[in-house]
Design a protein around this ligand. Structure first.
Ligand code: MN
Ligand code: MN
Length: 396
């Protein structure tokens, strides 16, 4: 067979489901080798993996793109990743001038700008407005029910996160949709102008459309007699001074430093090659992850002997059920950046290392049957990212 012949030719580059202890066997059957290469720890799970942990990975590359003049969007909701009930994510790009139309929804919207610049607009229930330009590393938060828009000032791409896993960005309340489904005499009566003013309104929801690049923020300012929103909808996350540890850094944003963000908390994590996000868990809610750059491996421990390892790379989404233990290793040659996002007003994590360091050492010692080598190295301060000197995963 052709396939087998090809396989022989490239034998060295083709991963096989065989562990270093010999368990497993060569896969000569139909297989998707590109996916096996991307998922080395699914093909050959660490020997410590065990049991039935549900799927905790979905890639935006496996979603359906919605292409429009002016940009595109794709989403990961409970349809794609059934365990992810707390949050849904949308990856969106707008061209220079491209507009995500005026709309609103029942869910809060938290967003992180990946590249390029955009202008956001919003008005709250008191008639106070908020118009701002967003750069890479900035984020925004629109409370539930508050109307808003996004327009690309140049080609831009961002991640949107909504505080309900059932959310779909294709199922929101749009201004064009409402106009299209309101009798023209009602529109006329509402705005106090002749029906003919609505002669050429869109027949249907617009969603995303191509417009001209808007003038400067100064030139687009709209003064509200009620002022600006009291709590800004924008936060410059990447400009925040991070918690720096050997191996990486963490920037935390939640309602303590971004007060409007009452239902979404997040951490932007940087992990150097060979370093890892330490063993920890979160006592408040599930974790929704978005991988920005690099390659990673995460093992999630769910109790009763259950643990499962997943591989991630830029553009993938990961998920960690509430309070389950996990760590994330940078398994690539480049710096790993990812976002941990929670449906919560606060970022909270419990460090395994810190827990042990602040517990009577005799107890930890007897419980785990360990000696002073470990006990004396425990750390009372939390280090979210750690690196064991000289340790490396790359090249394997
Ligand atoms: Mn929205
Ligand atoms: Mn975590």
């Amino acid at each position: 067979m052709h396939k087998q012949h090809d396989n022989h030719k490239n034998e060295q580059n083709i991963p096989q489901p065989i562990r270093s202890d010999g368990a497993g066997a060569i896969d000569l059957g139909p297989r998707n080798i590109m996916r096996d290469i991307q998922n080395p720890d699914m093909l050959v799970p660490p020997i410590t993996d065990n049991g039935l942990v549900p799927n905790l990975k979905f890639s935006f590359s496996d979603t359906s793109m919605k292409l429009n003049h002016g940009g595109w969007s794709r989403e990961i909701t409970v349809r794609e990743l059934p365990i992810a009930t707390t949050l849904a994510g949308v990856n969106m790009s707008l061209t220079a001038g491209g507009v995500r139309e005026l709309h609103w929804h029942q869910e809060a919207e938290w967003a992180y700008m990946l590249l390029g610049r955009a202008r956001i607009t919003s008005v709250d229930q008191e008639g106070r407005n908020f118009i701002a330009d967003i750069e890479p590393g900035d984020l925004w938060y629109f409370p539930p029910g508050i109307p808003h828009s996004i327009q690309g000032l140049e080609q831009c791409e961002f991640l949107l996160v909504f505080d309900d896993g059932n959310f779909s960005d294709l199922n929101t309340l749009s201004i064009s949709d409402w106009f299209a489904h309101t009798p023209k005499d009602v529109l006329s009566a509402n705005f106090g102008v002749a029906e003919q003013a609505f002669h050429s309104i869109p027949n249907d929801q617009v969603y995303i459309y191509q417009d001209k690049v808007p003038p400067s923020l100064e030139n687009q300012k709209v003064l509200s007699p009620y002022g600006e929103v009291p709590l800004p909808f924008k936060y410059e996350l990447l400009k925040q001074t991070p918690i720096q540890t050997p191996g990486g850094s963490v920037r935390i944003v939640d309602s303590s430093n971004f007060p409007i963000s009452k239902t979404v908390a997040a951490a932007l994590v940087e992990v150097e090659p060979g370093a890892m996000r330490e063993l920890h868990w979160h006592p408040n809610n599930d974790e929704w992850q978005y991988y920005l750059t690099g390659e990673a491996r995460m093992t999630v421990f769910t109790g009763n002997g259950n643990a499962r390892t997943f591989d991630y790379r830029a553009g993938d989404v990961g998920y960690v059920p509430f309070a389950t233990g996990h760590y994330i290793q940078n398994t690539g040659a480049d710096t790993l950046w990812f976002l941990e996002i929670f449906k919560s007003d606060r970022f909270e994590d419990v460090s395994l290392n810190q827990w042990m360091a602040l517990t009577p050492k005799e107890l930890v010692q007897s419980n785990l049957n360990v000696g002073p080598e470990l006990i004396d190295s425990l750390r009372k301060e939390k280090w979210p990212v750690v690196k064991y000197p000289g340790f490396s995963y790359y090249p394997k």
